[in-house]
Design a protein around this ligand. Sequence first.
Ligand code: NAD
Length: 330
Amino acid sequence: MQVAVFSAKPYDREFLTRAAGDSGIRWQWFPEQLRADTAKLAEGSVAVNCFVNDMLDEPAITALAGLGVKLLTLRCAGFNQVDLAAAKASGLPVVRVPDYSPHAVAEHTVGLMLTLARRLHKAFNRVREGNFSLEGLLGLDLHGRSVGVVGTGKIGRCVAEIMLGFGCRVIAHDITADPDLESRGVAYVSLDELVAESRVITLHCPLLPATHHLINAERIARMQPGVMLINTSRGGLVDTSAVIDGLKSGHIGHLGLDVYEEEAELFFDDKSGSVIQDDTFMRLLTFPNVVVTAHQAFFTRDALTAIASQTIRNLLLFRDGLPLEAVVTA
Ligand code: NAD
């Protein structure tokens, strides 16, 4: 069975090859992102394997189907990059890795909160330069503060549990409440209530048409002055221009991002030798109270092992004509 892997990095090769063992999968590694114009690289492959910034839109899916590709596999949990209606129309099942390590993403989320709350990003550079002054490093305790979790699925739930352990008051917003979290004192409120009551807001719902720019100028205006906003879910949840305005006015006190709405042009590649053209992104990097990581929340040894293992399972179930797991439907 030949599989075309798009956006392939050396670590994808290492973990997928190891997990595949002697299963007989023949890999075709492509560093290129999947687009309608790169889809032809999948010629001869039965399945493609894609990551978060591969664009499985209607033209790309039609091109893949025309080449004889029979299965679309994602080595990620999110599927906002897939036109599911187009996949269905082309008869191509879409499978993903829904549950690899919610802890990896949750722990990175909390890492961003602590970095910002204690200005660790400033302290790191300062101490290395022999500056041991504490001026400008005044932090805030998270204990006792209200943390608002938007989306309490696998990742949001882990974040809520960690923050309960920190002694925070955790409030949440989701389309369905988690009774276990409720029994542990997490109160579910409307999004507008959450936004108004939280000292820290952290986003863990999927990017859907209904959640696009969930955080916009109107909601930012309702937030507490000095609020900390964290997004490790998908960039499109946040209107970046509105957030920049909030940072400039001081209304947003801290911003931690692992995702960015235009990240497909930037993330996962070394751009240190080139002139970055995205002025909005570069403006974000000028704020002292902003920390951006480049979509690395998932990136642990444990998570990559689990992603590779479920990906191989998805491929082998298909090859062997068995019922598929982790199928994504509209
Ligand atoms: P999940 O499906 O387990 O949980 C998502 C939760 O969001 C569900 O409880 C769902 O009911 C809720 N939800 C849906 N629509 C909502 C809405 N309109 N308002 C509030 N809540 C809503 O998903 P998960 O595994 O917890 O992952 C969450 C997101 O994290 C994914 O969609 C993905 O985009 C992102 N993610 C990021 C990384 C990273 O490396 N940064 C890694 C994995 C996943």
